[in-house]
Design a protein around this ligand. Structure first.
Ligand code: G3I
Length: 467
């Protein structure tokens, strides 16, 4: 007979930061949990207005997403009403929402040739462009320092049709600063938040365009050679159901590209996946099948590369797909490009993603976004979780180098939260020693993790419960 006594003991001395246990939500069937079980991240683009006004949608985001991307709120045209002012209201809303629900944030985007404010062209020029770019990045990235998991630092810098050296897009940024604008942007972002994963985000890498793929690879190589702080390539993944045969015919080129990127030591995140169904007939059944096949075929390439650590869809529900405005169907039927339908029901595309998260191999546990050791700025250190068999308590101590709102909780090996010890509680700077009661009914014998989350970062320590 097992003893009725329950006690916790430290199973290993190493302290890691697995992103897999960042969930605050009890509902465990969402894609975020399927992804987390493989040390991957699933999430979706969202918007503050939808989160504010649509309760069913908001609940769905909490259940499904381990990461969210603001679809608009962090673009220049939304954040910069004038050349000298910032409007953070909507971006703050998203970042706060994410923090309250243990969701990471993928910031989008610090430097892009589109979504520039109306004052840009009459104000920014060759002589002040660098200052504008630096100030913007310094201001925005510092404001959210420690709260953004990853930033799309530069978006869509390659355009072979522009016929520049290296096939760089002939954007305002390029015209004013040359290729150096990319270096400036990444270095400014790294200086403002050394913990953020810095991403270069691109599209159209899947098919037969070798010139484009080579231009991207060569850009990444030059950045690495110049020691520019870049950590990942974002692949947007805006697909059309019509291109399924083309995707499969060129899968070997896409695979090779992923390998080449990985060989540079970069992580890869699919950042904006959706599937335009214009080529498919009006029948919902046929469209959902065709779209899901595209999800499955795409995953068959990307999920098999260990460097691919995240998959973000450009929205979660067909209710709010941007394709209805940017690519409306001729028959005026609403597009169905996303994992959930307009009533938040799971479609075949959702199940295709679930299947791939369940069947892909686990990625190596990443201890932080960037390094394998606790970074200097990491706010949580000296975590220990000591047993007290007699009284079934967790004795936890940790040190903070600045005041922080924390979630403290215990998860089982599948990432399910079995005990919540502190929920969004403000802890002061310094050493904390606290004792929490653990309900013996919620922890049977086995391996668990005690987790402390703050702003998307999670420190955890394995513990063994013995009965
Ligand atoms: O909110 C205003 C509204 O007040 C106004 O009446 C209306 C008139 O045009 O415009 C509305 O803003 C639009 C906004 O979407 C919200 O619907 C902008 O004009 C429109 O340009 C904007 O488009 C967005 C686009 O990026 C530019 O920011 C798309 O929704 C968004 O999905 C798209 O996202 C891009 C990624 O950032 C980068 N990769 C491609 C991706 C899809 O195109």
């Amino acid at each position: 007979m097992p003893s009725r006594r329950t006690f916790l003991k430290i199973a290993a001395s190493s302290v890691g930061l697995p992103i897999m246990y960042n969930s605050m939500h009890g509902q465990i069937s969402g894609l975020r949990y399927r992804a987390a079980a493989k040390n991957m991240i699933y999430g979706a683009a969202t918007s503050s207005s939808r989160l504010r006004t649509d309760t069913a949608y908001r609940t769905t985001i909490i259940q499904e997403c381990g990461i969210i991307t603001p679809e608009y709120e962090m673009k220049w045209d939304r954040m910069r009403p004038t050349a000298t002012t910032y409007n953070f209201t909507d971006a703050d809303y998203i970042v706060n929402f994410a923090r309250q629900h243990g969701i990471l944030v993928h910031g989008h985007t610090l430097c892009w040739h589109r979504a520039l404010p109306s004052w840009f062209d009459t104000t920014v020029n060759r002589s002040n462009a660098e200052q504008f770019l630096r100030n913007h990045i310094q201001t925005v990235v510092s404001r959210y320092r420690g709260q953004i998991y990853s930033w799309d630092v530069v978006n869509e810098a390659i355009e072979p049709r522009d016929a520049t050296p290296y096939h760089l897009r002939n954007s305002r940024w390029y015209q004013y600063l040359g290729e150096n604008y990319i270096d400036i942007a990444f270095r400014a972002a790294a200086a403002a938040d050394p913990s953020a994963l810095l991403v270069y985000n691109e599209y159209d890498v899947e098919f037969d365009d070798n010139i484009r793929r080579d231009a991207i690879l060569n850009l990444l190589r030059r950045l690495k050679a110049r020691r520019v702080p870049i950590h990942a390539l974002g692949i947007q993944g805006h697909m059309r159901a019509a291109d399924r045969a083309k995707l499969n015919a060129h899968a070997h080129l896409f695979r090779q590209f992923l390998n080449d990127v990985a060989a540079l030591g970069l992580q890869i995140i699919i950042t904006e996946f959706d599937c335009d169904d214009r080529s498919l007939p009006a029948s919902i059944q046929q469209r959902d099948a065709g779209v899901a096949q595209m999800y499955g075929d795409y995953c068959a390439v990307v999920m098999n590369n260990p460097a691919v650590v995240g998959f973000i869809t450009w929205g979660i529900t067909d209710k709010y797909t941007e394709l209805n405005s940017s690519a409306p169907r001729a028959d005026r039927e609403p597009q169905r490009p996303l994992p959930l339908d307009a009533t938040m029901q799971r479609k075949s595309a959702w199940y295709a993603l679930e299947w791939w998260f369940m069947n892909t191999f686990a990625r190596p546990q990443r201890t932080t976004a960037v390094t394998n050791t606790l970074p200097e700025h990491m706010l949580i250190s000296e975590l220990e979780c000591a047993p007290n068999p007699a009284i079934q308590q967790a004795r936890i101590s940790f040190h903070l180098n600045q005041p922080r709102y924390l979630h403290i909780y215990i998860v089982d090996v599948q990432g399910r939260i079995v005990a919540r010890l502190a929920h969004e509680e403000l802890f002061s700077q310094g050493l904390h020693r606290r004792v929490w009661d653990i309900d013996p009914l919620s922890c049977s014998q086995g391996l668990y993790y005690c987790c402390i989350s703050s702003s998307g970062n999670t420190v955890s320590i394995p513990i063994v419960v013995v009965r």
